[in-house]
Each structure stands twice: as C-alpha cells, then as structure tokens.
Design a protein around this ligand. Structure first.
Ligand SMILES: NC(=O)C1=CN([C@@H]2O[C@H](COP(=O)(O)OP(=O)(O)OC[C@H]3O[C@@H](n4cnc5c(N)ncnc54)[C@H](O)[C@@H]3O)[C@@H](O)[C@H]2O)[C@@H](O)CC1
Ligand SMILES: Nc1ncnc2c1ncn2[C@@H]1O[C@H](COP(=O)(O)OP(=O)(O)O)[C@@H](O)[C@H]1O
Ligand SMILES: [K+]
Length: 481
C-alpha cells in the first residue's frame, strides 16, 4: 500500500525524530536525497547549470543545502532568493562556502539565471505553503525554458493535503518528497503538477506518523483482495450479481454493465430489465428476467442505474434489498439521500464529477478542483462509500483513509466505460469484498484494463471489458516478477 499523510501528521512525525536526534539531521537527510536525485537527472554534475528558487522557509533550506552539495561536485549553482532577509541562514552559508552564487528575485539578472539553467530546483514553499504562487515567484517560474524542474517536497502552489491548486503552481518533472507521500501528490490536479514522485527516507517511521489520510493500492494489495474460487465453490458461493440497467432507449448500458460484471469474479450475473434481449444476444450466460428485481431470484449484490432512464420503481426495489448496492448514472439522480442513508446494507455510489456536482449542488469545476472534499462530503451526506471517477479516481467512506486509484488512462474517458466499471465493481461486491475494497479494486482493474486495451490508441468500452481477464491474470499471479 502506498500511504499518504497530512501535513499535521508529517509535522508530528518530524518532531518525534527531531527530539531523538541531533538538530538539523532531518534537513541534511532531505538535502542529501534531493541532491542525489538532481545528480541522477543531470547525469554529469560537473559543469551543469543549476538554479535554486528559494523561499523563506525550510523548503528553501533543503534547496540551499542540496545546491551546496551539487556545487561541491562542480555544478554552477545560483540561488534566487524570494525573501533575502528570511532565507535559511545555514543553507545560505553552506551554498556560499561551496562557491554558489546568490541573487535577489527582483534583480534583472534573476530571470536570466532561471532561463539559462539546465536544472531548476523549486524550494519556494513546501508543506508550509498557503495558496498559489505569489506574483514574484510566478514570474520567475514562467522564465524557466528547457530546464528539468525538480520540486522540493511538493510543487510550490499545490495544497499538500488535498491536491488543490488555487492560482499558479510549479509544474515539476520530478518531485522529491521527504518522509512520506502527501495526499496532494497523489490527487489531481496536484498529482499532475508533481510529475514523477520520488520518496526520500528521512527516518520517519509509520508509527511516528499516525493515521494515513490517503492510500493507493499496489499490485500486491490487489492480488490479496481478488476473489478466487476454492475447491468447494459453486456459483452461489462465488456470489450472484444483479444488474438493473439499460432501457429501450439505452440497451447498450445494460450490455456493458453485464460485460464488466461477467469479468468481476461473481459466479453468476442476473440481468433484470427491458434490455434482456440485447444482453442475452451478446452474453448467453446471463440469467435474464423482465419482471421486478424482487422476483428475480437470489442476488448477493445489486448494480443499479446505468442507462436506467426514469425507472424509479425498480431503483426503489433494489434499495430496499438487504444486500450491498452499487448506484451509478441515472440511479444517482433518482436515489434520495435519505433512502440511501437509511439502508442497512452497504451502498457504493459511483458518480463522475458532473454527477457528483449535481448531487452536491455545485459546479462541475468545483468538484474537479476539490476532489477529495467532494468525495468525502458525498460519503458523509449519503452515509455511503463514494467512488468519484475521473482523472484521479477516489474512493471515500465515512472512516479510514481515502483510496486513490493509481492506474487508469485518459483513454478511458469514452462513452460506456463507466458502465463497465459499475458491473465490475458490483461483481466484486457480490463476491464478498466490502464497498471500499470493491470500489478500489474495481477501479484498479478497470484502469489497467483501459491501458491494456488502449496502448495509446482510442478504444471502445467493450474493449476495456474484454481486457479485464488479462489484467486479472497478471495481477493475480503471485509469482509475477
Ligand atoms: N520540519 C522538518 O523537520 C523538516 C522540514 N523539511 C522541509 O521544510 C518544509 C517545511 O518548512 P516550513 O515549515 O519552513 O515551511 P515552507 O518552507 O514550506 O514555507 C513556509 C514559508 O513560506 C511562506 N509562504 C507560505 N505560502 C506562501 C506562498 N504561497 N508564496 C510564498 N511564500 C509563502 C510563509 O510565510 C513561510 O515563511 C518541508 O516542506 C520540507 O521541504 C525538510 O527539511 C525535512 C525536515
Ligand atoms: N481524464 C481521465 N483520466 C483517467 N480516467 C478517466 C478520465 N476521464 C474519465 N476517466 C474514467 O473513465 C470512466 C468514465 O466513466 P463515466 O464518466 O461514468 O462514463 P460513461 O457514463 O460514459 O460510462 C471512469 O472510470 C473514469 O474514471
Ligand atoms: K517546493
């Protein structure tokens, strides 16, 4: 599991280590890790032009000490000080002693020094930053030409706790982060600004950090969670997933949800609704019926909503069932907050940003700019688990860290791919995963299936469904390399 911690937790953890060790040791470890990454990116340090953008806090201190290390190895290092009177004293002395140059941000030279750099180190602000880049910093950052940009701890201007960006922020190629990932490095838009993230161990132990704020499943976590049939399994023990989706107008949504469900680990897929003919024509193994869901037979989890139209009656019946329910698409619009909150069995809501915005009564852009708070707020209001889809897919429930999906590709932004995800995650629910695991494992497999199917070319949603077994095989192989 890749875990991310809030600024408050990171600061608490740092205090524990500082109390144990000599002063300044954390910053020296941070600077050593940062310098090593810069050297790796440069290839040849001797003769390289490195420009440090240095703010008023310890983030600037890290940059200055790392710059000193690079200067000692023969790089031409210049520091541009955004607040000369408040720049880290020790770091400044170290840089000067190593032969580095220092200029103020308001000097005409400063922009030239940035423009000529081969590598720019962003030490403007770290976890102490508030809001976007101020004007002087933004002007300097805009002067970067061909340089590789390395952010210290996190790109300045990105909110460490949420990934929100209010105003300008540094766009880094690489972010060297210290002690622990911060949620803002995993969640868009912050994630995109961070580029490749490298974690430097500065001696913070998980026990010193407390509760994680966000976490991303890795291959091994998903492998552990995948439902695998045993010798005694039969189709009912493996779970039956019921799909209430599609309409005369949108039969395709039913077919795609079933396509996802058939690859999601349940032993059988029931389809209930007006698209039964279309479903059976494509997937003869589906158990179809056209009557009410309550008469459809045994079901361990329901998926309701894709292409459902205005069928509030079927939705109501599904919500009344005492098994886990995944609500997607039209179902989200039709389901009342209270009806969901009062359910006794778990509910998983899977909105995209537009749907989440409608449920919250805000603009879509607001959800996209603040994914974490939108997902958390919906989970709170509905008393449910919420899978918020999009460039970063999040799974939030009332308690525990928010799951951030590390897979996926923008090629998944294609009509019907959400229907495949709802079937897939619903199938995992029926197979016995809890709502958080079903949502996050579903998103993981779906994201990888999107990559496998696409390989950089446009794909249809059915291609994504077809790629799920190959992904499953790869993830489920304990002996993989
Ligand atoms: N605390 C520790 O033990 C360690 C801290 N480290 C570094 O220290 C950083 C945190 O240092 P600080 O707490 O000094 O805080 P920062 O250096 O992140 O920034 C705080 C300073 O920036 C100013 N500021 C805030 N928002 C700004 C904005 N939008 N534009 C311009 N200036 C702004 C504040 O007035 C304050 O002076 C970490 O991100 C990390 O890089 C590392 O050296 C590892 C050890
Ligand atoms: N920019 C993006 N990057 C990665 N994944 C994306 C992006 N945009 C959409 N997706 C994914 O594509 C799928 C689209 O689902 P959805 O919006 O419900 O589409 P539909 O309703 O057409 O099925 C979701 O899994 C979502 O997370
Ligand atoms: K920074």
């Amino acid at each position: 599991m890749r875990t991310a911690y809030s600024v408050e937790s990171v600061r608490a953890g740092e205090r524990v280590v500082m109390d144990r060790g000599p002063e300044g040791v954390l910053m020296q470890r941070a600077a050593a890790g940062l310098a090593a990454e810069c050297a790796r990116l440069l290839g040849k340090v001797y003769g390289a032009r490195v420009t440090l953008l240095v703010g008023s806090g310890d983030n600037g201190g890290d940059a200055l000490y790392a710059g000193a290390r690079l200067a000692r190895r023969g790089a031409g290092v210049s520091a541009v000080l955004l607040a000369p009177e408040r720049a880290h004293t020790g770091g400044l002395a170290a840089l000067r002693a190593a032969g580095g140059l220092v200029v103020g941000a308001d000097e005409a030279r400063a922009e030239g020094v940035v423009a000529r750099a081969g590598l720019v180190v962003d030490g403007i602000v770290g976890i102490g930053g508030r809001g976007g880049l101020r004007e002087d910093a933004a002007r300097l950052v805009a002067a970067v030409r061909d340089a590789v940009v390395v952010a210290v701890d996190l790109p300045s201007g990105v909110d460490a706790d949420t990934g929100e960006v209010h105003g300008d922020a540094v766009r880094a190629d690489v972010t060297v982060t210290f002690g622990a990932y911060k949620p803002g490095l995993l969640i868009d838009p912050g994630r995109e600004y961070a580029g490749v993230v490298r974690l430097v161990d500065i001696g913070l132990a998980p026990a010193d950090l407390g509760r994680a704020e966000a976490e991303a499943l890795q291959f091994a976590d998903v492998e552990r969670l995948l439902p695998v049939p045993g010798g005694e399994s039969d189709k009912y023990r493996r779970g039956v997933v019921g799909i209430v989706a599609g309409s005369e107008r949108y039969p395709g949504a039913a077919v795609l949800a079933v396509a996802g469900a058939l690859r999601g680990g349940a032993g059988a897929v029931r389809y209930v609704g007006p698209a039964a003919d279309a479903v059976i024509a494509r997937f003869p193994e589906t158990l179809v019926s056209t009557g009410p869901p309550s008469k459809a037979g045994r079901v361990q989890a329901w998926v309701v909503g894709p292409g459902l139209g205005e069928d509030a009656e079927r939705l109501g019946e599904v919500l009344a069932a005492d098994v886990p329910v995944l609500i997607d698409a039209d179902g989200l619009r039709l389901a009342g907050e209270r009806d969901v909150r009062e359910r006794r069995a778990p509910t998983l809501l899977t909105p995209h940003a537009g749907e989440a915005a409608a449920l919250l009564g805000v603009a879509r852009e607001e959800v996209e700019a603040g994914r974490l708070s939108a997902a958390r707020e919906l989970a709170r209001r509905y008393g449910a688990t919420v899978l918020l889809k999009g460039s970063t897919t999040l799974v939030a429930s009332g308690e525990g860290p928010v799951r951030v999906n590390p897979t996926g590709t923008p090629w998944l932004a294609t009509a019907g791919s959400g229907d495949v995800l709802s079937g897939l995650a619903g199938s995992l629910l029926a197979a016995g995963l809890d709502a958080r695991d079903a949502g996050s494992v579903g998103a993981y497999l779906h994201g990888l299936a999107g990559r496998y199917a696409s390989e950089g070319a446009p794909v249809g949603a059915h291609d994504v469904a077809n790629a799920i077994p190959a992904v499953w095989r790869e993830v489920g192989r304990p002996d993989r390399g």
